[in-house]
Design a protein around this ligand. Structure first.
Ligand SMILES: Nc1ncnc2c1ncn2[C@@H]1O[C@H](COP(=O)(O)OP(=O)(O)OP(=O)(O)O)[C@@H](O)[C@H]1O
Length: 234
């Protein structure tokens, strides 16, 4: 059974890169089954913040806990294990391994995590994202939208508590963007996964429960604008 409380809890997070503070006392609480968009101008630090939440960027201050575990305090090895168990990551260009089949790409995190029946899980997830029968294909045989749905299946294969998606529709046309957004949202609703999506796309943001704006190194609520049809279907 899943524990109560925030799946992602960031408090007073400070992230510095040479010459700039990208997070400056940033707070965030994200609950199970909650879908949140992060918007902000190019270069405001959205990617860096997502990476900081995943324990991939060292903090200069504050803390991040994932499923109650203080990922920002853990050794690199323990943070990697926590990431594998609880965080699914989706990137703008899918980042599939070109040498592996679609099925192997999806199964890979489950194999690393020592989960049983990685192939069976991969096939079930490919079916869920509308790509049953694509398992034997090579990534290069996929369209951008299909590749992104494979990347989502891979992010879900270990049953994460949170999915962090960085511009997941940035390289897609409107139809594929809507489909990918729908797949992300369905996993959030059906698996009770927390979902955080960095996006420039107002339609994607409008499909989420709320939208936060990254400005001045902090996340502030931003009223969402209606975008009929966003997030419906797959
Ligand atoms: N390790 C680093 N060293 C130096 N500068 C960095 C580092 N990481 C990020 N930056 C800079 O910090 C700024 C924020 O980068 P980031 O990719 O997080 O922004 P973003 O909001 O995701 O942008 P976009 O919307 O264009 O993807 C950029 O100017 C980037 O060049």
């Amino acid at each position: 059974m899943r524990s109560a409380g925030a799946v992602v809890r960031a408090a007073g997070v400070v992230v510095e890169v040479p010459g700039r503070r990208l997070a400056d006392g940033l707070d965030l609480e994200l609950g199970a089954g909650e879908a949140v968009a992060v918007m902000g101008p190019s270069g405001s630090g959205k990617t860096t913040v997502l990476n900081a939440l995943a324990g991939l960027v060292p903090l200069s201050g504050g803390s991040v806990a994932i499923a109650g575990e203080p990922i920002s305090e853990l050794s690199a090895d323990r943070a990697a294990a926590l990431r594998l168990a609880h965080i699914g990551m989706v990137f703008q260009f899918g980042e599939l391994v070109p040498e592996l089949s679609v099925r192997e790409n999806v199964a890979l995190p489950a194999l690393f995590a020592g989960r049983g029946d990685a192939t069976g899980r991969a096939d079930a997830l490919l079916e869920r994202v509308g790509l049953a029968g694509y398992g034997a294909r090579a990534p290069e045989e996929l369209s951008g939208g299909e590749a992104q749905r494979v990347a989502i299946a891979r992010a879900l294969v270990c049953g994460p508590r949170v999915v962090l998606a960085d511009e997941p529709t940035g390289a897609l046309d409107e139809d594929n963007a809507r489909r990918v957004t729908g797949v992300l949202l369905r996993s959030c609703r059906e698996q009770d996964t927390a979902l955080l999506v960095a996006t420039h796309d107002a339609a994607v943001a409008a499909a989420m429960d709320r939208t936060l704006l990254l400005r001045g190194g902090r996340l502030r609520p931003r009223p969402s604008t209606a975008a009929p049809g966003a997030g419906e279907g797959r």
